[in-house]
Design a protein around this ligand. Sequence first.
Ligand SMILES: NC(=O)c1ccc[n+]([C@@H]2O[C@H](COP(=O)([O-])OP(=O)(O)OC[C@H]3O[C@@H](n4cnc5c(N)ncnc54)[C@H](O)[C@@H]3O)[C@@H](O)[C@H]2O)c1
Length: 370
Amino acid sequence: MTERKPLRIGMIGCGEIAYTATGPAICETSNAEMVLAMDPVPDIAESFGRRFDIPWTTTLNEVLERPDIEAVLISTPHDTHCSLTEAAARAGKHVMVEKPIACTLVEADRMIAACREAGVWLSVNFVLRYDSGPLDVRRLVASGAIGEVIAVSFRSVGRKPDHYWTGGYTNRVQTDWRKYRKRAGGGVLIMNFIHNLDLLRFMTGLEVSRVYAEYGTFLTPVEVEDIITMTLRFHNGAVGALVGATCMDGHVRLAPVSLGGSRTEILHETVEDNSDRIYGTRGQIRMQGRHVWVYTRESVEGLKRDDWTRLDLTPTNARANYVEAFARTVRQGRPPEISGEEGRKALEIVEAAYRSCVEGRPLTLPLSLP
Ligand SMILES: NC(=O)c1ccc[n+]([C@@H]2O[C@H](COP(=O)([O-])OP(=O)(O)OC[C@H]3O[C@@H](n4cnc5c(N)ncnc54)[C@H](O)[C@@H]3O)[C@@H](O)[C@H]2O)c1
């Protein structure tokens, strides 16, 4: 039965994230499989093919011309997302593209239009939505456990190793695209903090109406920003303060983390400092690592009243859950849960912040396009 057949995926870009995280995640799904790997760098394509025991190629057309490939997963530098998505759409392939959807809103609009015209689905890999923490927080906020949201405070502060800028966390691919605004679109905001912006929208249901931001490149020999601070206003009147950084010292070194078999040295801020908060009229939520704390003045089943309750999260493979959800909706003929338009919304906040930094003033959404 067609319903039961795994979604057949062509992998476009076999660098760090595809090799260490997405490939292994797809192997864990029950309704999707990788059938061909493509990367212009032969060693990178070949090592991917060998690891996952699938054929590999350095030619994009080999992926696009294979009639049995139903979808592609694009894991490439940000400035290639648009043209690769347009080519895949023209070839009739559904598209999962890594975040950010693109470097600019103009490109995002082209991608959305190309997929719509071709009748294929477009989804942006904001995989963290499928982690248990954000799902629990979204349910708590929607149930009114903290009343109406009036403020948020989000931080993504850490230090990237020097070799990140020429080889990512694992040195799998020697490349410097992450250093340049034209290739990456920007620094910590578009590269990392965009996840937080997407989660913020997902967990609170709020939309941003105004953005003021300031950025700088303080301690890293790159063109893109290594620190950004943002002040947000939301449609319901709530306010937000956000800070993202990739160059901050004073962090504890966790034991080298394993990123799909490769060891790396991401430094994390001390546990007490790096929590995200959502403040409501009747309480607040604090998110830190594998825990969510809730303080509520309401009577809510499972939560202490006028006190903090710590919720322990169930470990889950968010990336596998994301691909499974995409494959399921394709089979059901329904739009993906994280559409191109959702990816565009997160990018619009990013683009507003960057324009605000350059122009030195707050910007109101929706942004007018050049
Ligand atoms: N969702 C997440 O949590 C997450 C995490 C890390 C990275 N990412 C995103 O994944 C994407 C890739 O990041 P990465 O860290 O793997 O980068 P990387 O540089 O390690 O790998 C990119 C790969 O793309 C290949 N490539 C370049 N141009 C290409 C083209 N035109 N066609 C096909 N392949 C091409 C390169 O040869 C390289 O192997 C970026 O969008 C990044 O932001 C997402």
